[in-house]
Design a protein around this ligand. Structure first.
Ligand SMILES: [Zn+2]
Length: 431
């Protein structure tokens, strides 16, 4: 059986945030059909929730989210939302995170795919699990934000923690992985590492000095970048940083969020990565020999998302795809070249080698504080008391830390630039 497990639900492509919203769930369906056209689908161990009714029925999104918030997500519809004005405001529902038909099902599918993918790794059924319907890294415990409602990344990591002592989260979306970082800000069992555009950019967090707190101090790693990040620079900083984190932290499992808004020409992004440059994440993580999950994330130039995710899913199987795109239902989106790869722009890379090396040096200084005394201590135990995770409440942890350190600035968010989703025309692809 294939060592790569893959989740997809055929309905996911039908959900619709609205005509002027840049987030298009159709991109997951386009990826799925491109994988089929390249004859890759049959090579996966398919993750089918119905095959695991006992496990699936016990998936509990309130392991991270509040009961009230999950109840709200599962019951709110465009028809009853007017009677829920207070909750809409409280949970930050609005232009970025609208209420659409099937929202609860959308969240359930995305979350189930990631938690079940983690279960496949826990059980040793797969070395790699893929869920392109996940990676919704901004969602908070009781808040929808940045097009994200349910934080499947956090839920998957919590599942991995029931069997793995230390889990590393890597995020290559152009936006800071703030929701995941915040959830594990105060623990030393999860190291989060995000590469993102920083400075006057959503969500506003993720500076080099954003390093975690309490026992989690130094277990949050942030690589703030400027616009124009290109393949050569990205390869250098990704490999150096991830290699350094892995050496110090010795993770037993890795979750890689593969947001594609870091690609060149993204409608909301400002990096300049090619399809090949973006795949550095998967290529490098695969060489580590540690079980890993691939999750989706951002990506707003519709035709480029399936290019990257199809390529990266194939790479997880050690397959290099032909640049000539095979015939499939969405081929017209790739007119006129019909190629897997796409050209990058001639925009300036504002990230100078001096700047990047100075950040690498600062990260290295932070990581020197991480000492895993007995990395193999629990390796053969194969099981960690789930109560450690079940009772884990990041907000309690945070409050406890604030109470103990009243003078220290903590979790302070500068004015956060919100995304502006107005003036977005519906994406029909270029013809
Ligand atoms: Zn993003």
């Amino acid at each position: 059986m294939s060592r790569v497990a893959y989740y997809f639900n055929n309905e996911i492509g039908n959900f619709y945030y609205g005509p002027f919203h840049p987030m298009k769930p159709l991109r997951m369906k386009m990826t799925h059909e491109m994988l089929r056209a390249y004859n890759i689908l049959s090579k996966f161990n398919r993750i089918i929730p119905e095959d695991h009714p006992d496990f699936t029925s016990k998936i509990d999104f309130t392991n991270f989210h509040s009961d009230e918030y999950i109840n709200f997500l599962m019951t709110v519809t465009p028809d009853n939302m007017n009677q829920m004005q207070e909750q809409l405001l409280y949970y930050s529902i609005g232009d970025d995170c609208p209420i659409f038909y099937g929202l609860g099902d959308f969240c359930r599918m995305s979350g189930t795919g990631s938690v079940l993918g983690a279960h496949y790794i826990n059980e040793g059924w797969s070395q790699t699990s893929i869920n392109w319907c996940g990676g919704l890294h901004h969602a908070k415990r009781s808040e929808a934000i940045g097009f994200c409602y349910l934080n499947d990344c956090v839920l998957a990591i919590l599942e991995l923690l029931t069997r793995h002592q230390r889990v590393m989260y890597i995020d290559i979306d152009v936006h800071h992985g703030d929701g995941v970082e915040e959830a594990f800000f105060c623990t030393d069992r999860v190291l989060t590492c995000s590469f993102h555009k920083f400075g006057d950019y959503f969500p506003g967090t993720g500076s080099i000095n954003d390093i975690g707190a309490g026992v989690g101090k130094y277990y949050a790693v942030n690589f703030p970048c400027y616009e124009g990040m290109d393949d050569v620079s990205f390869e250098h900083i990704f490999q150096s940083t991830v290699n350094n984190c892995v050496e110090k932290f010795k993770p037993e499992a890795i979750v890689l969020q593969c947001g594609t808004d870091s690609l060149s020409g993204d409608r909301l992004g400002c990096f300049n990565l090619s399809i090949k440059g973006h795949s550095i994440g998967v290529r490098y993580v695969k060489t580590l020999g540690i079980p890993f999950m691939l999750l989706g994330g951002g990506g707003y130039t519709l035709r480029n998302v399936p290019r990257a995710w199809t390529n990266e899913a194939a790479l997880s199987l050690d397959i290099e795809l032909d640049d000539e795109m095979p015939k499939h239902d969405y081929l017209e989106y790739f007119y006129p070249e019909y190629k897997l790869n796409m050209p990058v722009s001639n925009m300036e890379n504002v990230n100078t080698p001096e700047y990047l090396n100075s950040i690498l040096e600062q990260i290295d200084n932070h990581l020197k504080n991480i000492h895993i005394s007995n990395p193999d201590l629990n390796l053969n135990k194969g099981w960690v008391d789930p109560s450690i995770v079940k009772d884990f409440n990041p907000k309690d942890n945070e409050q406890e830390y604030i109470d103990k350190h009243p003078d220290e600035k903590f979790g302070e968010k500068d004015s956060v630039p919100l995304r502006n989703v107005e003036n977005f025309e519906d994406d029909k692809g270029k013809k």
